[in-house]
Write a protein that binds this ligand. Structure first.
Ligand code: PEP
Length: 249
């Protein structure tokens, strides 16, 4: 695989609304976001049941994403939502392999890869999440854990156009703790190197940081080398906080 020069990529700020809010809340948040800066790509990922309403409420410059999708296109899979359904509602992104899916739904890397290939078939960009637990970091095996997640969660259908990686240390999600800037830089370098070994044009693949990104720490995190954006949970539920993060990018 050829090594490429580092080039400038438009940063991506993605908001993961998780399982929060009524339909009225979702609509109000979509309206409050307005038309954010066009220097940054912005995406919001509401709960499935709010996607249709948010899709018609958002400013057209803001992209829509799902929080997960099924491994199959249709069929007898009660409760699941497929990639074609997300596409139908206007989603251009989907988050896959979030640590909450891995932890509470037992999602394995191979499952994430199957889901991602279904999303790629629909032309949906996958935000594949990876990250170590606190115990794994304390044991000094964080790089190996993330490399394994990357090698098994990214399907053969992935390329520089349809892949985004989110590095989210599990212990930093929703806890108010963030990784140090040095730790973020080191892990993003490991991920960049992995992508360079595997995929063409890999320097244009965005690597997001996620884990308690807030208005007051976004600027310094987003300035770290190879941090090409952020996946934001809690702070994406408040328009002023989310817009401040977008403006920090
Ligand atoms: C997330 O759930 O992806 C996340 C980063 O959450 P928070 O920003 O709340 O830590």
């Amino acid at each position: 695989m050829m090594y490429e020069m580092q080039m400038t990529i438009k940063k991506l700020i993605a908001g993961n609304w998780k399982m929060n809010g009524t339909l009225a809340d979702a609509k109000a948040l979509a309206i409050a976001l307005g038309a954010p800066s066009d220097k940054v790509e912005v995406c919001v990922c509401p709960p499935y049941v709010h996607l249709g309403t948010v899709a018609v409420t958002l400013d057209p410059s803001v992209k829509l994403g799902g929080q997960d999708c099924a491994q199959t296109a249709n069929g007898a899979f009660t409760g699941d939502i497929s990639a074609p359904m997300l596409k139908d509602l206007g989603c251009s992104y989907v988050i896959l392999g979030h640590s909450e899916r891995r932890q509470y739904h037992g999602e394995a890397d191979k499952t994430v890869a199957h889901k991602a290939s279904k999303a790629h078939e629909q032309g949906i960009i996958t935000i594949i999440c990876v990250g170590e637990t606190e115990a794994e970091r304390n044991a000094g095996i964080h790089n190996e854990i993330v490399m394994k997640q990357l090698s098994e969660s990214i399907p053969a259908t992935a390329n520089a156009q349809n892949l985004v990686i989110a590095y989210e240390p599990v212990w930093a999600i929703g806890t108010g703790k963030t990784a140090t800037l040095d730790d973020i830089r080191d892990m993003h370098a490991v991920i960049r190197h992995f992508l360079q070994e595997k995929l063409d044009n890999s320097n244009s693949i965005r690597i997001l940081y996620g884990g308690s990104v807030k208005a007051d720490n976004a600027k310094e995190i987003l300035a770290v080398k190879d941090v090409d954006g952020a996946l934001v949970g809690g702070a994406s539920l408040k328009a002023d906080q989310f817009l401040a993060i977008i403006n920090a990018a």
